[in-house]
Design a protein around this ligand. Structure first.
Ligand code: ADP
Ligand code: MG
Ligand code: MG
Length: 252
């Protein structure tokens, strides 16, 4: 049983013109066994929330707290956050030229477990994970994200999710740029993950499309750096039908 608790989180981003307030008090609890979707218009601060929880240096926490199973996430280094069981799939995965997928995955796994995985089972695990995501085994020799298609980037993120096996996964626009086949494959990967005991998922998305494949338990509408409304899956249906207008108008 684990729990990610976000309380009144306030975050500024460093811009050329100085700090800019983006998150204006976000409160959210994700318990294991639950999938929460955050939906919001572009620029509402969804990625900022993901980066802040992951510990990206560009984002300054100005108030509030984030805890995982009672431990203060915000005081942890990025590595400590991963070891504590947090995983972030980024909206725009970065290229790591010269580092193969195989090395990258093994290094990440070693850092998280505190010891290198046993080679024989590890190679099997990696090939199995890639195979389930319709990536062939030569994929593991390519440089991380270099020349990857949109779909390959997102599949690689889900391969990491499967192999690193965190407690809570934050997936930022894992659906963006995917054709329908890739969307299905990626969604199945997320569903395999959340089907396991004790896993929590925070699914950040702009579109309702992915929620047909990954059914959330809770949906949060995110507007201007805040959760404007929370509800069940029916809230996503309303967004699908009417868009974000009602929530944008409600802003003062
Ligand atoms: P979303 O993911 O919902 O589209 P973001 O979190 O990416 O929103 O961005 C929220 C707001 O913060 C936007 O106005 C964006 O321009 C601004 N912002 C985010 N990151 C940066 C950054 N690194 N530098 C400058 N502005 C940023
Ligand atoms: Mg955006
Ligand atoms: Mg974003």
């Amino acid at each position: 049983m684990s729990e990610l608790v976000i309380k009144d989180l306030q975050v500024s981003v460093d811009t050329e013109d100085g700090p800019k307030e983006i998150l204006k008090g976000v409160t959210l609890t994700i318990a294991s066994g639950e999938t929460h979707a955050i939906m919001g218009p572009n620029g509402s601060g969804k990625s900022t929330l993901a980066y802040s929880i992951a510990g990206h240096p560009k984002y300054t926490i100005t108030g509030g707290s984030v805890t995982l199973d009672g431990e203060d996430v915000l005081s942890m280094s990025v590595d400590e956050r991963a070891r504590a069981g947090l995983f972030l799939a980024m909206q725009y995965p970065v290229e790591v030229p010269g580092v193969s997928v195989a090395n990258f995955l093994r290094t990440a796994k070693t850092a998280i477990d505190g010891e290198a995985p046993k080679l024989r089972t590890w190679v099997k695990d990696v090939n199995g994970a890639l195979d389930r995501l319709n990536l062939d085994s030569t994929f593991s020799q390519r440089s991380v994200n270099e020349g990857f298609s949109g779909g390959e980037k997102k599949r690689h993120e889900i391969a990491q999710l499967e192999l690193l096996d965190p407690k809570v996964a934050i997936l930022d626009e894992t659906d963006s740029g995917l054709d329908i086949d890739a969307l299905k494959v990626v969604s199945e990967g997320v569903n395999r993950f959340r089907g396991q005991e004790g896993k929590g998922v925070l699914l950040i998305t702009h579109y309702t499309r992915i929620l047909r494949y990954i059914e959330p338990d809770r949906v949060h509408v995110f507007v201007d750096g805040r959760v404007a409304e929370s509800g069940g899956p029916e809230l996503a249906d309303e967004l699908e039908a009417n868009g974000y207008d009602r929530f944008l108008k409600a802003q003062v």
